[in-house]
Design a protein around this ligand. Structure first.
Ligand SMILES: [Zn+2]
Length: 454
């Protein structure tokens, strides 16, 4: 690979440079699609981090000396297909511009930015394979429809737009007006994201690949900053998710009083439920972030969380006990299991938890997280507690992550709709793709926020 880098500046065009790199990278082995630009960065000895950028797609920071390594930054605020494209784009800078720091803006571009974009496009959609796909889908005029380009884009793990443009301008197999601005309009009108949803397509695979190549960065041990963020952001979020309308300012004084005086607090009444819940959340998260991190894990740890959640209520003995009747879950489309079966169902879940927890260092990180996500769904269906099942099982998801040394996550109010829909899809169709995609994305966003001060 060293030899590739030393020759990279000799390529006059990005297309031949990408083809040469693919040949060098894959050698005699067959190329698997979608190609992973994240893995390529790692294989070239480049670290990448996902961070909050406003006006940038990414940055390239070269190694400062022999002992240093190059770092690529990728915007957290862009879709996964764009993040993959940026990773490939920064790989080009690593090969050609490794002597200087490069900031890659959204929109306006100079010649070296255009070159890196062309490289990324050619790397992720190699011309030979793209022609194979176009031949597979083309009509009698030799053109490919937008519906089929959607499938081709999915195959390569790229955005619909970048795929349309490459097919239109490099293979000339898109019908109608393809003048740049006109094509943009046509793409917008087509609404590829909505179409993808309708066809049941998911980016779960692209997120899995990102997460597996990002496993080092997702490692986590409880620290003061994370605790601060959870106490001041997450807890209010989760209470607001349950429909409790409290602001941090309103709540802090009351919550402090509750935490100090518990059942003797003047605020310990049913009408202050919002505050009682926030105070209970604090207790749950003290447990989750306690050091040293426990080395064991079982499903019954969720009972302790539920007990914590209700610790400041007028009747705290309510918490941490199983449901004693059958319920219809309001707002959800699924039916909870019969309350007689709660413990036999939990025993099955516990068995899985033990297997995955013991095996966590031998399996892909994405597979461990998928198991945590499935467990989360199963416990919501078992619905073990009379109250607070959502809050408790979301907290338990974090117990499973933190005990495995992984970053905890929190779902924002604006992500709730998507999350609930994905939970329902898992339940009614036994299809977890949307839930995986949703939680993977939330986890990466949470990781970025928890890394703000590093
Ligand atoms: Zn750039």
């Amino acid at each position: 690979m060293v030899s590739f880098k030393s020759n990279a500046k000799n390529y006059r065009d990005a297309e031949s440079m990408a083809a040469a790199y693919l040949a060098a990278y894959f050698g005699n082995s067959e190329i698997e699609y979608p190609i992973s630009p994240f893995e390529m960065l790692k294989d070239e000895g480049v670290d990448f981090v996902i961070r909050n950028f406003n006006k940038l797609e990414g940055v390239y920071i070269p190694a400062q000396n022999q002992d240093d390594i190059a770092i690529v930054g990728i915007s957290a605020n862009r879709p996964i297909t764009r993040q993959r494209f940026t990773a490939a784009h920064e790989l080009c800078h690593h090969f050609r511009d490794a002597d200087k720091q490069v900031a890659c803006p959204i929109g306006q571009k100079n010649a070296s930015e255009y070159f890196a974009d062309a490289f990324a496009s050619a790397l992720l959609m190699p011309m030979g394979e793209l022609k194979v796909k176009v031949n597979e889908y083309k009509d009698y005029n030799g053109n490919v429809s937008f519906d089929d380009i959607l499938k081709i884009a999915d195959y390569f793990g790229v955005s619909f737009e970048s795929c349309v443009r490459r097919i239109a301008y490099k293979i000339h197999a898109v019908e109608g007006d393809i003048e740049s601005k006109e094509l943009t309009k046509r793409i917008r009108k087509y609404k590829p994201d909505i179409k993808r949803k309708e066809l049941g397509m998911s980016y779960e695979n692209l997120y899995s690949d990102l997460i597996d190549n990002y496993a080092e960065q997702l490692k986590f041990a409880p620290n003061k900053y994370a605790k601060y963020v959870f106490e001041n952001t997450y807890i209010y979020n989760d209470s607001r998710m349950e429909g409790l309308d409290v602001s941090i300012e309103e709540a802090s004084e009351i919550v402090t009083d509750l935490r100090n005086n518990m059942q003797n607090s003047q605020y310990c009444t049913e009408k202050n439920e919002a505050y009682l819940s926030v105070a209970g959340h604090y207790l749950m998260y003290q447990d989750i972030f306690a050091l040293p991190v426990k080395e064991s894990l079982n499903v019954y740890d969720s009972f302790k969380l539920n007990k914590d959640l209700f610790a400041y209520y007028p009747h705290p003995e309510f918490g941490g006990n199983p449901r004693q009747n059958n319920v219809v879950i309001s707002g959800a489309k699924f039916e909870a299991v019969d309350y007689h079966d709660i413990f036999s169902e939990l025993a099955k879940v516990d068995n899985d938890i033990k297997i995955f927890f013991e095996d966590k260092d031998n399996i892909k990180v994405s597979d461990y997280i998928k198991h945590v996500i499935r467990t989360h769904h199963r416990i919501t269906v078992i619905h073990p507690f009379p109250e607070g099942n959502g809050r408790t099982t979301r907290a338990f998801m974090n117990v499973q992550l933190v005990r495995a040394g992984l970053t905890p996550l929190y779902i924002k109010v604006e992500e709730k709709k998507n999350y609930i829909a994905a939970l329902e899809k898992a339940d009614t169709e036994n299809n977890y793709d949307d839930l995986y995609e949703c939680i993977f994305r939330v986890m990466i966003r949470s990781h970025v926020e928890l890394s703000m001060n590093s």
